[in-house]
Design a protein around this ligand. Structure first.
Ligand SMILES: Cc1cc2nc3c(=O)[nH]c(=O)nc-3n(C[C@H](O)[C@H](O)[C@H](O)COP(=O)(O)O)c2cc1C
Ligand code: SF4
Length: 593
């Protein structure tokens, strides 16, 4: 057996549930995953070759063919494009003599695009060998970068300032303000005991920050009551929704608060095991997170008899993802944690009943766990007094796009859109995409609306578009994102997202007709009603919103703009809107817990 394969297998105890991590480490050592490695892994893990290849083929960051010593991936969110990423990529390809997506003849370098890397406040961004990120790319950096690659200088020796990732916190409230001393919130929770702590979480009326807004107290109670050998706490740090980067900052500045929230959750539901699912794009945070974990073990905040409480044993492991947006969906995330393809599960059973390895499992967002620590320290009533009746506490927004001061803004729920626009220095704004592509696109007539589950719900992205932007192109970019990220499990989403993207390409090429709009609306209905998970169900949200609110951007691409569809388009859109239930918080996350 290849000694590298042997060594990595040994590190993971030849556990087939670690297959994704085994792949990641092997690829880091060799650059790609040769077929003979896959055969050896299959034999050693007791899996079939088809199973092993199926997993390797699912994740975009794994390669079963050589990809070059330097693998460069440009972040391809609309905000990166607005900052000029496409021209920079073209320039880099020209300088290196490679075609986008192709490996050069000498096998040295490949240049391609990847979905949003969560650096929209400091783009355009580049991911290198799944290990380093370069922020604030410009023509000068690209020219120098090409020289370094041609001279085969190892990435670790490139200018250190290129890799600087800033935590631009612009407005801090209770969560982003100076963090509490590690252990203080946990001590408060332990003093209260698990039953009283759960009651306090319920009193706070905290709702999940990952998008669905499910009541955290209820989720924990259901899990606590579910029979099972071992209960599990999972932190969802996949943060794949384009335009979202708040979890990145929380993990880099407030890692203790996140891990402390997970530990309090463990105390409440009776868990010994915690797993943090870190998106592959945030691999560069791994070492610092591991250091925080170790420090917490040394300080008796993790491990056995936490803070001297006999019988309270809990520890956390980090699992790094490999470039699949769908793995943010909680059941797909659990599949990935189990070393499988990230295909969303059929529910019931829900994760709180049967989650990780069949055990009762809670999955919560990074920000939700931060809020838990604050509630443990200050109390549920204190949290419930912030925000609105249905949406208590604060919400952190990742602000990017056409504004002077991109970065993180934390506000109490109930804050108006125009207040955020004013604070971030946005001018001449025509639209804001709140909650990422699967959220809502608001036009200027709606800027008096408020961030709240009962009005404008959000998982955290706030992308600003001024009047110079073409909202058709924004919707087209998001359509391509969904087509690219569809996991392919169910036909409506696999085929439907592709058809939507192609129709929009047809309109962009000037070959569109009014019929195309009709077909697009039909596809929206189909995708929403027949998709297996929230990805497909919300894939047409930007399309529907922009057709409704920015119709001229579509009409100018239609060959006969005076075309009258055979039915009332606005009436159809309003039916589609009702069917998709956009009023009831978030169609994206229907099958919650
Ligand atoms: C396609 C898709 C992607 C998702 N991505 C994320 C994500 O990156 N982070 C997250 O916390 N929740 C994400 N979710 C929501 C999770 O399924 C789940 O609702 C959430 O992690 C629960 O945590 P919370 O209750 O604290 O919000 C996603 C859902 C879908 C359908
Ligand atoms: S809706 Fe899309 S992402 Fe979800 S299971 Fe179906 S194909 Fe996969």
């Amino acid at each position: 057996m290849n000694p590298l394969v042997q060594a990595v297998l040994a590190r993971y105890g030849a556990d087939p549930h670690s297959l994704v991590q085994i792949f990641r480490e092997l690829q880091q050592l060799q650059g790609w995953l040769p077929r003979d490695n896959l055969c050896q892994l299959a034999a050693a893990l007791g899996l079939t070759l088809a199973q092993v290849e199926g997993v390797a083929g699912f994740y975009r960051f794994f390669h079963t063919h050589p990809v070059g010593a330097y693998r460069l991936l440009f972040s391809d969110n609309i905000t990166d494009r607005m900052l000029g990423s496409e021209a920079l990529m073209k320039d880099l390809c020209r300088r290196l003599g490679v075609a986008p997506g192709q490996l050069g003849d000498d096998g040295l370098v490949s240049v391609d695009k990847t979905s949003c890397t969560g650096l929209c406040d400091q783009g355009p961004a580049l991911l290198i060998n799944y290990r380093w990120v370069v922020t604030r790319l410009d023509a000068e950096r690209v020219a120098r970068l090409a020289e370094l690659i041609r001279a085969r200088v190892p990435v670790a020796q490139w200018p250190a300032q290129w890799f600087e990732v800033q935590d631009s916190v612009r407005r801090a409230d209770v969560l982003l303000a100076a963090p509490a001393t590690p252990g203080v919130a946990l001590a408060a929770a332990l003093a209260r005991g698990p039953t009283a702590m759960l009651a306090d979480i319920k009193r706070s009326r905290l709702r999940g920050r990952g998008g669905a807004g499910f009541a955290t107290g209820l989720k924990w109670e259901l899990c606590r009551q579910a029979p099972g050998v071992e209960h599990v706490v999972v932190c969802n740090a996949d943060e794949g929704e384009p335009g979202t980067f708040k979890d990145r900052v929380l993990l880099s500045r407030h890692a203790d608060a996140v891990l402390e929230g997970m530990t309090i959750a463990a105390q409440v539901i009776g868990a010994r095991r915690g797993l943090l699912y870190l998106r592959g794009e945030y691999r560069y945070l791994l070492e610092s997170l591991l250091a925080v974990l170790q420090r917490r073990r040394d300080d008796h905040l993790l491990g056995e008899s936490i803070l001297g409480h006999a019988g309270f044993d809990f520890d956390i492991a980090i699992h790094v993802g490999a470039g699949a947006y769908v793995c943010g969906e909680e059941s797909a995330l659990i599949e990935s944690l189990e070393g499988k393809r990230g295909t969303p599960r059929i529910r019931p059973p829900f994760p709180v009943q049967q989650g990780y390895l069949g055990n009762p499992t809670i999955v919560n967002n990074v920000e939700t766990f931060c809020a838990v620590g604050a509630i443990a320290f200050y109390g549920g009533a204190w949290w419930a007094a912030i925000g609105t009746t249905e949406s208590t506490g604060t919400k952190i927004h990742s602000v990017s796009g056409d504004c002077e001061r991109p970065g993180l803004y934390e506000y109490p729920y109930g804050t108006r859109i125009d207040a955020i626009l004013q604070d971030c220095g946005a001018r001449d704004t025509q639209a804001v995409q709140v909650g990422g592509p699967s959220g809502m696109c608001l036009s200027d007539s709606e800027f008096d609306r408020r961030i709240a589950f009962e009005d404008v719900p959000t998982a955290g992205a706030f992308m600003v578009f001024d009047s110079s932007r073409d909202m058709f192109e924004v919707a087209r970019s998001f359509a391509h994102f969904f087509a690219h990220e569809s996991c392919g499990f169910c036909t409506p989403c696999r085929v439907g997202t592709e058809l939507v993207a192609r129709r929009l390409d047809k309109l962009a090429a000037g070959h569109g007709s009014g019929d195309d709009l009709v077909v697009l609306i039909e596809l929206d209905r189909l995708l929403h009603s027949a998709s297996h998970c929230g990805l497909g169900a919300s894939a047409c949200n930007p399309l529907r919103d922009t057709i409704l609110k920015f119709r001229p951007a579509y009409q100018q691409r239609i060959k006969s703009p005076h075309f009258e569809p055979a039915f009332d388009l606005d009436a159809e859109l309003s039916i589609a809107r009702r069917m998709t239930g956009r009023d009831d918080a978030d169609a994206h996350f229907e099958n919650e817990s």
